[in-house]
Write a protein that binds this ligand. Structure first.
Ligand code: NDP
Length: 244
């Protein structure tokens, strides 16, 4: 597509093999970008996605900091990324008093440290070009907290702090850094929530329904594009009004 919003842009999406990340990959391809996604497994429908535009898969476990840094360093040697979406994330829920330290570390490493590593490698390359957009996928629980998710909420609140601090470091070089904070989105991550808890959650959502990965991808597309050229250090909630 020649006239897409991301025509000619090179993008990286971590955790692009399913859920929200895959919806972002699709939205970016539809708007003319060349997209690499990074995950442990290849998307089930990789080939049909690849029919939409230039698509690469970088196999990597983001919780392995050294491996992740090496993979992204190698990728930016080809050409800098114009857009990076730090989306890979996991939950390991449990009450804090009973939470094994391994569950704390796994979530912080996967959700937060990975974004620090990918962002600084990618942003260094963006700075040389004096343009770029980094988007961190946080969560409303990073804003308001959630019992049983101290590790996850801390990782997401950390992402918001990382977003604002990095935004200040690189703004003068033309690079924008923003976060999105989804609420309750229908993906594999939320599938495990018991139905009773799900309907209680829905009652707390002013728009009266859960969100879709495509609705999150639309906001990521906005932040990636020139439409958001004067937006940096921002956190955009995509939660049907849940955390307002
Ligand atoms: P999914 O479980 O559907 O997808 C998670 C993605 O992250 C997959 O592509 C997975 O790929 C990748 N991933 C997980 N762990 C690793 C790892 N160690 N290394 C590399 N890739 C990894 O989750 P969602 O789409 O729901 O979540 C995406 C993001 O959105 C997460 O950061 C999540 O915290 C956030 N979010 C989700 C909400 C929701 O309601 N769904 C609400 C708020 C925020 P693979 O398994 O192939 O490695």
């Amino acid at each position: 597509m020649e006239h897409g919003m991301l025509s000619g842009r090179r993008c990286l999406v971590t955790g692009g093999s399913k859920g929200i990340g895959k919806a972002v990959v699709e939205a970016f391809l539809r708007e003319g970008a060349a997209v690499d996604y990074l995950s442990r497994s290849k998307a089930d429908d990789h080939d049909s996605l690849a029919a939409m535009g230039p698509l690469g898969w970088l196999a990597c476990d983001v919780s392995d900091a050294e491996a992740l840094e090496a993979v992204v360093e190698e990728a930016v040697k080809t050409a800098p990324y114009d857009v990076v979406v730090n989306n890979a994330g996991v939950t390991r829920d449990g009450l804090s008093f009973r939470m094994p330290l391994d569950d704390w570390r796994a979530v912080i490493d996967t959700n937060l440290t990975s974004a620090f590593i990918v962002s600084r490698v990618a942003a260094r390359a963006m700075i040389k070009r004096r343009s770029g957009s980094v988007i961190n996928v946080a969560s409303v629980v990073g804003l308001v907290g959630n019992g049983g998710q101290t590790n996850y909420s801390a990782s997401k609140a950390g992402l918001i702090g990382l977003t604002k601090s990095l935004a200040r470091e690189v703004a003068s070089r033309g690079v924008r850094v923003n976060a999105i904070a989804p609420g309750y989105i229908d993906t594999a991550m939320t599938e495990a929530i018991p139905e009773t808890a799900k309907s209680a959650l829905r009652e707390r959502i002013p728009l009266g329904r859960t969100g879709t990965p495509a609705e999150v991808a639309s906001v990521a597309l906005f932040l990636a594009s020139d439409l958001a050229s004067y937006v940096t250090g921002e956190v955009i909630r995509i939660d049907g009004g849940m955390a307002m």
